[in-house]
Design a protein around this ligand. Structure first.
Ligand code: NAP
Ligand code: ZN
Length: 347
């Protein structure tokens, strides 16, 4: 039997989120039922329900940073047991057959991965996200949360953590590499912590110096304000890799001027309107402009284990469901230190 659960979602585009009831499917052979304990608020949730990435489908329950406890399993489940601590990130299925899926890059599935919300399962079922008291997911798309990570702090790793871990690893952040992180919000502060743990020499490029002490505490060696034009002369040609996590448009050409010869500017921030750049900003130094989207299932597990091993957790503020709309406004105003996490008991 399908289960009805309490959730918080948007009834229509740009409308405030409100309490609603949604259905979770009956457990299939390979499904697990998760009692959701915490759900992080990602800026992508806000872009989606405010139709900034195009019209979404409503009613819509966001949430793709989900942490909880397994409370029931289907007959064929072998990967998880009742009582296990598990997480769900940005997708809940993929074709499992294409080259991307076979290589562990399920997020780039050629058939199209099934997003955790604002998406439709291959079966036709509407996928609703994690701002809910319960969730049903295929066992292959749930991650194991290491026991040393508190569940509330584990939640944001499922999107913010993996979205920066994957490109930092792909572009070889590590000893001897200078890495800059643009924007120190949910993703950005995790990028600082993870890149520092990988051994890279990390610099933060923030709008102002207001988060300087935090940045240094998270492991950055240097911290500069992008509002100060001096920053762009002091740091010209300095970085092997720059990861841009800003949710709004940035000056791509000015940022590329800080990249070393042969270095890369990697975009993970996904603003509503396209950024523009000049080819001259790239060809002068054989520079690369690249993008990256979350990470695959195996890599997400690797990231969780890495964070447990290096004792890395996000800085969070746990909120009740009633505060979601206020929290959204604070995220947009860059007034978040550094991730809001909803206590699912209040949903
Ligand atoms: P967030 O917590 O709001 O952080 C974004 C940071 O960008 C802010 O803290 C701020 O940092 C900076 N910023 C905000 N507005 C700015 C502006 N107008 N000009 C310059 N800087 C500004 O957001 P998030 O959850 O980390 O997400 C960041 C972006 O990544 C979003 O667009 C989100 O949709 C996207 N995202 C992409 C993926 C992917 O797979 N590629 C996954 C998740 C999220 P400072 O105050 O330090 O400047
Ligand atoms: Zn996200």
């Amino acid at each position: 039997m399908a289960t009805t659960v309490s959730a918080w979602g948007a009834p229509a585009g740009k409308a405030p989120l409100e309490k609603m009831q949604i259905e979770r499917r009956e457990l299939g052979e390979h499904d697990i039922y998760i009692d959701v304990k915490y759900a992080g608020i990602c800026h992508s949730d806000i872009h989606t329900v405010r139709d900034e990435w195009g019209p979404a489908n409503y009613p819509l329950v966001p949430g793709h940073e989900i942490a909880g406890v397994v409370s029931a399993v289907g007959n064929g489940v072998t990967l998880h047991q009742v009582g296990d601590l598990v997480g769900v990130g940005c997708f809940v299925d993929s074709c499992r057959e294409c080259a991307a899926c076979r290589e562990g890059d399920q997020q780039y599935c050629e058939k199209g991965m099934v997003g955790t919300y604002n998406a439709t399962h291959y079966s036709g079922e509407v996928a609703q996200g994690g701002y809910a008291q319960g969730h049903v997911v295929d066992e292959n798309y749930a991650l194991k949360i290491p026991a040393s990570l508190p569940l509330d702090k584990a939640a944001p790793l499922l999107c913010a953590g993996i979205t920066v871990y994957s490109p930092l690893k792909h572009w070889n952040a590590g000893p001897g590499k200078r890495v800059a992180v643009v924007g120190m919000g949910g993703l950005g502060h995790m990028a600082v912590k993870i890149a520092a743990a990988m051994g890279a020499d990390v610099t933060v490029l923030s709008q102002s110096l207001s988060k300087l002490e935090d940045g240094l505490r998270f492991g950055a060696k240097e911290f500069y304000a992008t509002s100060d034009p001096e920053t762009f002369t002091t740091l010209a040609g300095s970085f092997d890799m720059i990861i841009n996590t800003v949710a709004a448009n940035i000056d791509i050409n000015a940022t590329l001027s800080l990249v070393k010869r042969n270095g890369s500017l990697v975009l993970v921030g996904a603003p509503e309107n396209p950024d523009t750049y000049s080819a001259f900003s790239l060809i002068g130094g054989r520079k690369s402009l690249a993008g990256s989207m979350i990470g695959g299932i195996e890599e997400t597990q690797e990231m969780l284990d890495f964070c447990a091993e290096h004792n890395i957790t996000p800085e969070i503020e746990v909120i009740s469901a009633e505060s979601i709309n206020e929290a959204y406004d604070r995220v947009v105003a860059s007034d978040v230190r550094y991730r809001f996490v909803i206590d699912a008991a209040t949903i």
